[in-house]
Write a protein that binds this ligand. Sequence first.
Ligand code: GLN
Length: 441
Amino acid sequence: MGIVEDKVKSCLFKIKEYNKLINAFIEVRDEKELITEAKALDSKSKKGRLYGYVIGVKSNICVRGLRASCASNTLKDYVSPYDATVISRIKDEDGLIIGMLNCDEFACGWTGETSAFGKAHNPAVPDHVPGGSSSGSAAAVSAGFCDMALGSDTGGSIRVPAAFCGVVGVKPSYGYVSRYGLIDLSMSLDQIGPVAKNVSDAMLLLDVIKGIDDRDTTTFDSKSLKIEKVGKIKFGMVTVPETDVRIIDLMATVLDEATVGLKWSEKKVALKYIDIAIQTYHPLVWTEFFSATRRMDGRRFGKKIEDSAGVEVLRRISGGSEISKAEFEGQYYQKALAVKELIKKEFERVLDEVDCLIMPTTPMLPWKFGTKVSIEHLYAVDALTIPSNLAEVCAISIPIGFIDKKPVGIQVVCAKGCESKMLSIALEIEKIVNPIIIKTQ
Ligand code: GLN
C-alpha cells in the first residue's frame, strides 16, 4: 500500500472511531473518492512537497465541492464552487484534503461553542474548551485525525485553540497569505495559517500557501522559508496583568533555559497601547463583519443571516450596523483605525530593539465546559493575540508544557515578513521545551 493510501485509511479509521466524541470534522469526503485520490498521488513519479500529508480545512475556507458552511445555519448547504488560493496551492503540492472542520460560527468566538454544528471537544483535556474560533483545526490535529490543518486568525483564532489543545499554530503577517476564498470576518485583520503537530510541519505548510496572489491585492512577495541561524537572541517579554501566574512561571522556566543554554538575553521593553487592543479590535471587526455579511441576504448564498445565525453573530451584526450609521461617522471605525496605526508603529519600534517578543498565548488555561465565565473573561482570552493582528506582524504559538494537565502555549512574535526568523526561533524553543513538556505532563 502506498504512503498516502495508508495514511488516509488510518486517519479515516480514527475519525470514524473518535470524531463523535471530538466533533472536529463536520464534513469528511467520501471514502472511495479519497482512496482513489490517494492511490493516484502514490503512483505519481514526481511528488510535490506536501506528498504524504493529510490536511483538514476550517469551514470558512472554500474547497471546491465541499461545504463552506462557516459552521453556521446560514451557509449550512453552501457548496464552494471554487478553490481558495491556499487550497489550489496545497493541491498543486500533492497535499490531500480530507474534509471540513468545525469552528465558531463565522469565526466569531473564543471556545468553539458558537458553532451551529455543536461544539468541538479538546482532545488534550477531556471536558475542557478547545479554544476558538479554529476549534476543529486544533482539535483534529491534536487528536491525530489529520497531519495538518488550516485555520484563520483575525484576533487569535489559530493561536488560542493551538495553545489550548497543545499544538502549533501560526498567524502569518498581514498580506503574507492570500485571503482569496476565505469567507471574511474582518478583511483588514484576517489571515489564513497552519495548525500542525510541530514547527517544521507548520513551516512546510506555510511555505506552500504563502506568497503574492493577483486575487488579493494585500498580498506581498516573500522569499522561500528557510531555517536561519538565530544565534544570541535578544527578546522582549510581554504579559497582561490578568495573566495566570502559573503560566508566567512556566514561561519563565523556558526562558531561563534559553538564557542559560542558548545565551539568549532579555531586554526590558515597554510596549504601549497593548491595554487598548481589545477595545480597538471589536469596532473594526463589527463594522467589517457587518459589511461582509450584507451579501448574505438569502438570495445568492444560503439563508438570510439575520434569520438564521446565532447570538454572537447577530450581536456583531447589530453592533456593526449601529457603528456604520452616518451619524457616527468618524467616531468609532475611523478612530479604531487610527489606534491600529499607533499599535502598528509601536510594534515596529519595539521589534527594532529586539529580535522577537515572547508572550503567553492566552492569559488563562482552558476551562471546563459549563463553567460560568463572564463576557470580560472571554474578551480577555484574546488580550495577547489581538495586538499582533492589529500590528500586522507574524506570531506563532508553540506548546511549552502543562499546568494541571492542561496545555500551555507561548507566542514568538516577529516583525512583518520575518516569518523565517520567527520559525527559526520557535524551532530553538521547541528543542529546549521537550524535557519540560515531559516533566509537566
Ligand atoms: N475570539 C476573537 C473573536 O471572537 C477572534 C476571532 C478570530 O480570530 N477569528 O473575534
